[in-house]
Design a protein around this ligand. Structure first.
Ligand code: NI
Length: 185
């Protein structure tokens, strides 16, 4: 397994729509493993393929020590609304409140190639919605009010200088020292 570079806001790959995965190849399984390793190293709870520069319709999630692979995921039921703070591994140090469905049911294909459905509430619901958004080029900052988005972008204009070429490279030192928040998706 290997750590992948994380693409940060400004990289055009983050606003592209991904392509449906036809079948689970050994190469795709390797990508899944690398995405989990990268997500854990970055202390995240979700990571979508575009965040590592790939356009497969694939996200990985682990909210509560339960690794979930979502290939070609679709929200088939949603219910209620709830507001909560989000962050994103592709927009480090930027946080904002986002209204999401309180409960969702997602249909996806697993890494075994079989379809399954999963119900999410609370953080799992929020995380799956955030990751599915990534697969359609949508970032959480789009949901912020104009005022909050402007403030976030002003902060990001300084933060982004840490990421030349829009690349966030995780080093062993950074991984060890990273002061993390648990809500980064
Ligand atoms: Ni994200």
């Amino acid at each position: 397994m290997s750590l992948l570079d994380i693409r940060v806001l400004g990289d055009p790959v983050l606003v592209q729509t991904t392509k449906l995965v036809d079948d689970v190849t050994p190469e795709l399984r390797r990508l899944v493993d690398d995405m989990f390793e990268t997500m854990y190293a970055a202390k995240g709870i979700g990571l979508a393929a575009p965040q590592v520069g790939r356009l497969e319709r694939l996200s990985v999630v682990d909210v509560d020590k339960q690794p979930i692979v979502l290939i070609n995921p679709e929200i088939i039921e949603s219910e209620g609304t709830i507001k909560g703070e989000e962050g994103c591994l592709s927009i480090p140090e930027i946080y904002g409140d986002v209204e999401r469905a309180a409960r969702v049911v997602v249909r996806a294909m697993g890494v075994d190639g079989k379809p399954f459905e999963i119900e999410g509430r609370e953080l799992l619901s929020r995380c799956m919605q955030h990751e599915i958004d990534h697969l359609h080029g949508r970032l959480f900052i789009y949901y912020l009010s104009a005022l909050k988005r402007r403030a976030a972008m002003s902060k990001w204009s300084k933060e982004k200088e840490k990421y030349p070429g829009n690349v966030r490279r995780l080093t062993a030192d950074e991984v060890a020292a990273h002061h993390h928040r648990d809500e980064e998706l």
